[in-house]
Design a protein around this ligand. Structure first.
Ligand code: ZN
Ligand code: ZN
Length: 133
């Protein structure tokens, strides 16, 4: 499966792309994104404004959300790993990835995500051990 980003060709929008899709080809990606993606508002509900582009650098993310078929991605973790973010998101000091509206929270002290852990001098460094005890 190939990775595609879908958005609108209209100008002046907040986001260049709205949905991520895995499909066999561009035509299938366009149909899926138009049916299941979050693009209608940005496209003024006109299919002719739909813009879908190939992003081969993300092909290896296929299957990360457990899906093995052509589909529009709904898993926020996949969007995050491709560098997407939600409005007002914070970004991890370590990996630079977004919090996705709180799905991937950062440490209050060192602003790192769970995957990155904590800074060496972070006051919350031993928090996980404390919780386990
Ligand atoms: Zn991180
Ligand atoms: Zn921390």
């Amino acid at each position: 499966m190939k990775c595609y980003f879908g958005g609108s060709s209209l100008e002046g929008l907040d986001y260049e792309f709205r949905s991520i899709c895995f499909a066999e080809n561009l035509e299938q990606a366009k149909q899926l994104i138009w049916r299941f993606g979050d693009v209608h508002e940005d496209c003024d509900s006109e299919y002719i404004y739909l813009r879908v582009i190939r992003r081969p650098e993300h092909d290896d993310m296929f299957g990360k959300d457990g899906r093995k078929d052509a589909h529009v991605v709904t898993d926020r973790g996949v969007y995050r790993e491709m560098g997407w973010s939600v409005e007002c998101d914070e970004h991890c000091d370590g990996c630079g990835l977004a919090t996705m509206d709180g799905d991937f929270p950062l440490c209050d002290e060192c602003e790192m995500c769970d995957e990155c852990g904590h800074e060496d001098d972070c006051p919350n460094l031993n928090q996980s051990e404390t919780e386990a005890a």
